[in-house]
Design a protein around this ligand. Sequence first.
Ligand code: AGP
Length: 595
Amino acid sequence: MCGIVGYIGARQAKPILLNSLAHLEYRGYDSCGIAVLGAGLEVYKEAVRVQALEKILPKNIDGKIGIGHTRWATHGEPSQVNAHPHCDCTGKIAVVHNGVINNFQKLRQQLTGEGHKFLSETDTEVIPHLIEKYYDGDLEKAVAMALREVEGSYAIVVMVADEPKLVVARKDSPLIIGLGDRENFVASDVPAILDYTNRVVYLEDDDLGVITPEDIKVSHGGRVVGREKHEISWSVEDAQKGGYAHFMLKEIHEQPKVIRDTIGGYASVTEPIASLAMPGDTLLPDVLILACGTSYHAALIGKHILGELLRVSVRTELASEFNYSGPISSKSRAIVITQSGETADSLKAIKRLKEAGCQVIVITNVVGSTASRIADQVIYTRAGPEISVAATKSFTAQLMALYWLALPYAKVDIRRLDSLVMGLRQLPSKVQQVLDNEAVVAEYARQLSKYENVFFIGRGINFPVALEGALKLKEISYLHAEGYAAGELKHGPFALLGSDTPVVAIFAQDNTYEAMLTNVKEVKARKSPVMALVEEGDEAVQEVADSVIALPQVDALFSPVVNTVALQLLAYHTAKERGCSIDFPRNLAKSVTVE
Ligand code: AGP
């Protein structure tokens, strides 16, 4: 997810491009750039944030047409050469792009064979070269012909030195046009243009637009079409949150798309996204998974996924503790999970593993992060930038990476494999069902917000979900919450139970079900109010628990996904009830870069 902008009108483009980009940095901020068309085409780009770019740009860049980009790297790490805009060989055509070109390697080979020289590692750079191939003085036609060869998602803004216009197009990536008075604006999202106009046109998939200061022309399938004009009443900040009250709630609601994007970014289920087997070895080694915080809870779930599907022994370690644990066998395959890729404890663990001769796979959400650069193999999640300190969508994306990592090696029959793949592909709609049931969760959150101590209990693959539910509640609502293996309550915590200590019980239709039901009865016997997460249609728990949240039916292996999304909503609404600062909770940081 990147942010793209464009301007054409009577004003100098540079300040408008920079201001609009600054409002889109929530979409990506690892590098940025602008191109301005005045006497000629000038391109400026750096691996810095917009504010820093502004400081290094020449004071006067003359030009009233321009495009800009702020990046969230997917292909090619953040660097000056990988930053956008990208140009063709003549340097006359400039393009900014948001999306992923799936067939870029094939196009790149083809174009290189035809004499085009590529400078960057990005997928995007094939676009200006394809346009150059078809350009004969009509930019609109050349863009249309180029896009016929492109597979994937894109929102693009294109300009050429010889024509005073912007050409735009979109497919599976958002793009809007802001309507001004003898000027027009283009952007990935409304926050970018609200300082200039609140009249916008939303482009639809496969739309192609030609924009001049006086006019916009949109065509679809070669025919000119009309697109409705809308008036936006949001503030810039509201718009950045897409109308949600907080980034956390927005990111929770992005999860169906994040699951689709993350799985969609991986090769077929038969092609491993990372090699688990040691070089020259067919047998799968023991696996060691390390991480911190929420990523550690993903590691604990990964232990169940890999253990169940690969039948290998899997060990998990808290990265911050790993640095004090005993000798490391270089025979283990190490996996380190880190959303930011910059967590100090996880980086130290990677270095220690590599010194011991271990091969390290890193699962991260940030292309170009330190962890991705020191790893032997990298698996990227495609959650996009996560602004809220409390990790939500990145956690679900990490689980998708772990499922997809395991499937090619799964020791299951083809029917089971097919049902697992189908189950994964259905997860976005299952998660959407949980989100559609938000009001019910919010009601329980109102009750929960009145207590000071809460227990979360689970068994098997959902014990880590209990830990994650408790962490989310702690982080943003400042309630004291503990996640506990349900079987452990009788070994101590029972002493804390009572009518002022509610218990959230996480069920799954697997071999833990009966034992969980017994535990809930034991908790009720000690007067604690019980709220249970169960599969829709479950009556047995309904009889025992004080309240239940019914969740869509999924394979037990996937139950942590729907259970966690419900607990994210519970934490969010509890914190909201308690008037907490949800996106930036006290004493916490999004990336913990100190030990
Ligand atoms: C989770 O909501 C927290 N932000 C925190 O526990 C986080 O998961 C932990 O700091 C690890 O971060 P990482 O995934 O970026 O390494």
